[in-house]
Design a protein around this ligand. Structure first.
Ligand SMILES: C[S@@+](CC[C@H](N)C(=O)[O-])C[C@H]1O[C@@H](n2cnc3c(N)ncnc32)[C@H](O)[C@@H]1O
Length: 721
């Protein structure tokens, strides 16, 4: 799934602050229709029939009072595998430089002065023009070969894992020995099913009415241009003209199956119409002959069928964004974000790297909007593998999503400081911190995943970061193990709802329990991050909390919790010049008046991965803070439900979070040993077999190329070269 997604070139739309994209909504519409038509021909878009998905019903939502969202989406979630192209709205951003506190350091990169920008623009103009026109005319944009590398930050970059994941999804169908057709039901069969049959019939009748070509049918009347809802928000479907009656007429009966539309274009039209009606319910809803909650239920079913979400997640995102914006989010999350790279200023300057890559045929330009002086946007690799050029191998750059720059910019690490990256693998942000500090001071890069630590070590070495110490600990062990940092970055393990374009599996594999457990883990980690900061830091004393998720329980709720538990900490400006303000309240939950200081970034608004960034200033505590470990002892540690054997394949949230219940651990270990012994035909009642005991992994700090020993908090770690 993810793999298929990543074979497409990123949307060439500029990042925030840039001028409008030449790609018109109409153009997008044509491309989208053509792409769909081709996909239909190639059998990539599902035509009919579905089977139950994995989703679960949430307890609440904007849709309170609504019943089960038909189950259509659940089946659809299994069925819809093809993503569609479309537009994303761009926001004109303030061009002010937001990196004030980093200014001194970034002077190293003299590419940013106007003259250089001009030179660069001239050198690049010809190639870019060609690349752009090729991109805009090409319906099926090919991603550069290094596409997988782009996922450094948020995903495993192991192709095999992706394949395994794809297989897993496909296998479910095969193993069950069923085909999609097995899940189709005739109208008669539906009738014979007492409850669901009635529901199906009701749905079918509704859908029929909604798509009827009868002038008097309420839904048909809603499609006309006169009935357009007067909403300020842009349409999720670009500038395309609203559906007209002919669109509705096209949704004929043979497009309906058990109340579900079988043609994705019809589903898309119906979603658009539903959004319009819901946006102007007073005027348009009265004649619909369908309750608001039923319409929402149908819309959720359509979203699940069209975009492949579980009803639970679709509803959650509707709750968060509202209908129109949620539809934009769904659409944008079906296409990759622009491919971007960060210049490693420890080894080169942006101007020099850009020139070298242009000479190799890569089409690129500086990140637009002026908010980063070390970012380049790659428009087309021109056949050049941007993840394997000599410059890449020499560590002159790292492929990194633009939004991943933001938490580091907000943290603003200074030369000679001592900073901690609490969950650091694979090191996109660690290496940026190291570069901003000019290879001085100490960057402690920690991650609990042994597997992911390898990638971290690789990047640290390739980029020549000599001030990095790598540790392999549960973040909740800080500051017990080591503390006294000037700044701490907690780029927390999260659900990844902001990076669905990179990992489509998030659409179907996140449950309510996942969000609850993740939120608990994040709360534990953020307290440990705060407690690891020295209040005596001269210029520092900051913690940045970030996630690549858009949900409030992983963001504002975590920040609110930290503020409540650590009264000596306060929220401060992130220093980021764009981004939406964090929520002060959400669905009856109050998050606090300063939450506007935190920043939200959205794929459909900023054309970058969804991200959240909050910055805390840590003051002197009135009394010593209790050990971070005792306070939240009641928390259940996060263990993903569908745990992967492969650590590298773990999502943003690590799959190897250690349990703290030692007693229980011991029991489990003993049980496992017994099973192992039995398997080997050994007597389980005899004394401990030495071999098994030796196999017990020992928890210790992992070190890289030792140079000197650093001793703090009773444990030792060695500094890498
Ligand atoms: C969002 S990713 C970090 C990405 C990284 N900051 C970067 O920019 O390259 C979250 C990381 O948290 C790690 N993790 C999960 N649980 C953890 C824990 N309890 N302590 C420390 N790290 C943890 C995961 O292994 C994963 O690598």
């Amino acid at each position: 799934m993810g793999r298929q997604q990543r074979t497409k070139q990123g949307d060439p739309s500029p990042l925030p602050g840039s001028s409008a994209h030449p790609q018109s909504g109409q153009h997008i519409g044509k491309r989208k229709a053509a792409a769909e038509a081709r996909a239909q021909r190639e059998g990539q878009l599902p035509q009919k029939g579905s089977k139950p998905g994995k989703g679960r019903q949430s307890k609440s939502g904007i849709l309170d009072g609504r019943g089960d969202p038909s189950g259509a989406g659940e089946r659809a979630a299994k069925r819809v595998k093809k993503s569609k192209k479309d537009s994303s709205k761009k926001q004109q951003q303030d061009d002010d430089d937001d990196d004030d506190d980093l200014e001194g350091l970034q002077e190293q990169d003299d590419f940013e002065d106007d003259e250089d920008e001009d030179q660069f623009a001239n050198a690049n103009a010809k190639g870019l023009e060609a690349a752009r026109s090729a991109l805009f005319n090409d319906e099926d944009l090919e991603e550069p070969e290094a596409a997988d590398e782009f996922d450094l930050d948020r995903e495993d970059d192991d192709d095999e894992d992706d394949e395994e994941m794809d297989d897993e999804f496909d296998l479910e169908d095969e193993e069950a020995g069923v085909t999609l057709d097995d899940f189709e039901m005739t109208a008669e069969e539906a009738e014979m099913m007492p409850a669901s049959g009635k529901k199906a019939a009701k749905r079918a009748a509704r859908a029929e009415a909604y798509n009827s070509d009868d002038e008097d049918a309420p839904a048909a009347r809603l499609g006309g241009p006169k009935e357009r809802a007067s909403r300020d928000e842009p349409s999720a479907f670009g500038d395309e003209e609203d559906a007209t009656r002919s669109d509705l007429e096209a949704d004929s009966e043979d497009e309906l199956e058990e109340g579900q539309l079988t043609d994705l274009r019809a589903v898309e039209r119906r979603m658009r119409n539903s959004a319009r009606v819901l946006g102007n319910w007073k005027e348009l809803g009265a004649d619909l002959g369908m309750s608001r909650s039923d319409l929402i239920e149908q819309l959720i079913g359509d979203v699940c069928q069209y975009h492949g979400y579980t009803p639970y997640l679709a509803e959650k995102l509707f709750d968060l964004f509202g209908v129109d914006e949620a539809l934009q989010f769904f659409t944008t999350s079906d296409t990759p974000r622009p491919l971007t790279l960060r210049v490693n200023t420890l080894k080169t300057r942006r101007r020099d790297l850009a020139q070298a890559l242009i000479n190799r045929g890569v089409n690129l330009e500086p990140l637009e909007g002026g908010w980063s002086k070390v970012g380049l946007q790659v428009f087309s690799g021109g056949g050049v593998p941007v993840g394997a050029t000599p410059e890449y191998l020499a560590g002159h750059y790292i492929l990194q999503s633009a939004s991943s720059f933001l938490p580091v910019i907000a943290l603003g690490p200074q030369p000679h400081e001592r900073v901690l990256d609490m969950s650091a693998a694979p090191g996109g942000k660690t290496t940026y911190m190291s570069a901003l500090m000019g290879n001085t001071g100490e960057v402690w890069a920690n991650d609990s995943s042994r597997g992911r630590i390898k990638g971290l070590g690789g990047n640290v070495a390739r980029l020549g970061c000599r001030n990095v110490v790598i540790t392999n600990l549960d973040g909740r062990e800080f500051p017990k193990v080591i503390g006294g940092f000037d700044r701490v970055l907690l780029d927390a393990p999260c659900s990844g709802t902001g990076v669905i374009s990179k990992d489509q599996s998030v659409k179907v594999n996140k449950t309510e329990r996942d969000f609850t457990l993740l939120s608990h883990l994040q709360k534990q980690l953020v307290l440990c991050a705060i407690d690891s900061v020295t209040p005596n830091s001269e210029k520092g004393g900051y913690v940045v909390y970030s996630t690549c998720s858009v949900t409030t329980e992983e963001n504002e709720a975590v920040v609110t919790y930290a503020l409540r538990k650590r009264p000596h900490v306060k929220l401060v400006e992130t220093g980021l010049a764009f981004g939406k303000e964090g929520f002060k309240s959400f669905r009856g939950k109050e998050f606090g008046k300063n939450m506007h200081l935190t920043r939200r970034f959205y794929p459909h608004v900023h054309n970058m991965d969804g991200f959240y960034v909050a910055k805390f200033k840590v003051g002197k505590p009135a009394k010593p803070v209790p050990g971070a470990e005792d306070e939240e002892a009641s928390f259940e540690p996060y263990v993903p439900l569908a745990e992967s054997d492969d650590e590298e394949n773990s999502n943003a949230a690590g799959s190897d979070v250690p349990m703290f219940d030692e007693e229980e651990d011991e029991k489990l270990i003993a049980q496992t040993k017994k099973i192992q012994m039995k398997k080997k035909g050994l007597n389980t009642k005899a004394g401990k077999p030495k071999k098994v005991a030796e196999e017990e992994p020992e928890k210790e700090i992992e070190v890289e190329k030792p140079v000197k020993e650093v001793k703090k908090g009773g444990k030792k770690a060695r500094k890498s070269t």
